[in-house]
Design a protein around this ligand. Sequence first.
Ligand code: HEC
Ligand code: HEC
Length: 388
Amino acid sequence: MTRHTIRRGLAILSLLTAGVFLAGCSSSRPAADAASLTPPFLDTPVAPRPAMTSATVAKGKQLYDANCIQCHGAEGKGDGYGAPFLVPPPRDFTGGQFKFRTTAGGLLPTDDDLFRTISRGANGTGMPPWKYLLNDDERWALVEYVKSFEPRFTNARTLKAMALPDAPGRSRDAVHGKAVYLKMQCEKCHGEDGRGVGPSSNAMVDAKGRHVNGRDFTQPGSYRTGWTEREIIRTLETGMNGVPMPSYTGVMSKQDEYDLVAYLMSIAGPGSGNQKRQLAKGMEGLGAPDRVITLREHAWKYEPAEIHVKRGEVVKIEFSATDNGLGAGHGFALDGLDQSVFINGAMVGAPLSVTFRVDTPGRYKFYCATQCSTTELHPKMNGVLIVN
Ligand code: HEC
Ligand code: HEC
């Protein structure tokens, strides 16, 4: 199939009746052709920071105006013209409320945190992974520029990543974790079944009074910062500023906290957490694919909806833009293999293909990993990968 070049600033956001097409100037840089992993937040490499000169912020502004303005707005208020179509809405940088951090609850993010978020995007949201379009120095210039919207950054004492509780020696107890889940009242917001709807769900709003969805723990691909034990521990420690997800620092024992995380991971899709992690490691450097499949999005459905491959085969799935271009904002995740086979917003900066190998025969559900304008991940965008 023809390779699509990525258009800078192109973003497709929609699951409203019509798509919204945000096209910027098109500078064609070849799409990265990789096994396209979105690493978990903590595992996202932070490039060495270049010396900041007076020109850095100016360069940041120029990059921002070309790439970020349509969602985050000219003044960083999260009110770009695409904003009304996005759930969750783009961040208002002037509020200084950031979700993805290594710092304690209520604090600003570190520069490294911002660099990571800009590099990897936020799974399942409109926020693209910019590392595929902008080089390290450019992303660092953006960190500086994003900070310039919020005066507290200038006065901030040196922000530090908080120490996370290290793993307890003995193995995790997911059954006890369920008891912790109930005791901590996670179910008020995330639901007793962990699917993200609980008694408080209707009342959940962000700092600006807009409705916020809780996370559905049965869909590993929907975790915005990644589906690993350490990442979930980090979320529990730091909380998410500006939304109802509290920080639980010092609230439970280390053991309870790790058991709780084991419980959350146990309710995610088919396949055990270990299986997912082992397969994730195998995805790098697979070499040339044995089979190439074109997956198309049409009217919010995948075509084909059923894919057959052989066990152990190196499979490459290439995403094809559609007649109406709506495929651009969609993603792809494979249940049971989510950490390894996961693209957020394929075609919006992310690579247009994903390469993987499945060694265990079975039926694997695949689904759209991007959530935009609905409360669910695109509900009809799923299919089945049959491995013989
Ligand atoms: C297509 C829309 C879109 C574009 C373009 C976009 N963003 Fe975002 N961005 C979002 C959304 C949506 C969120 C909120 C995600 C969430 O709340 O989980 C976000 C969140 C963020 C955050 C906050 C993360 C946190 O910890 O709270 C930063 C920083 C950010 N974007 C930077 C950028 C930069 C820099 C650019 C340009 C290079 C950019 N964004 C372009 C949609 C966009
Ligand atoms: C008051 C409501 C509330 C309570 C109580 C609550 N959460 Fe959350 N949680 C949220 C919301 C809302 C989000 C999504 C925030 C967002 O992304 O906008 C969230 C997100 C998360 C995430 C997602 C992290 C990611 O990377 O996407 C995890 C994990 C999580 N919560 C775990 C828990 C656990 C475990 C408990 C109990 C100890 C808990 N939450 C209690 C509201 C709550």
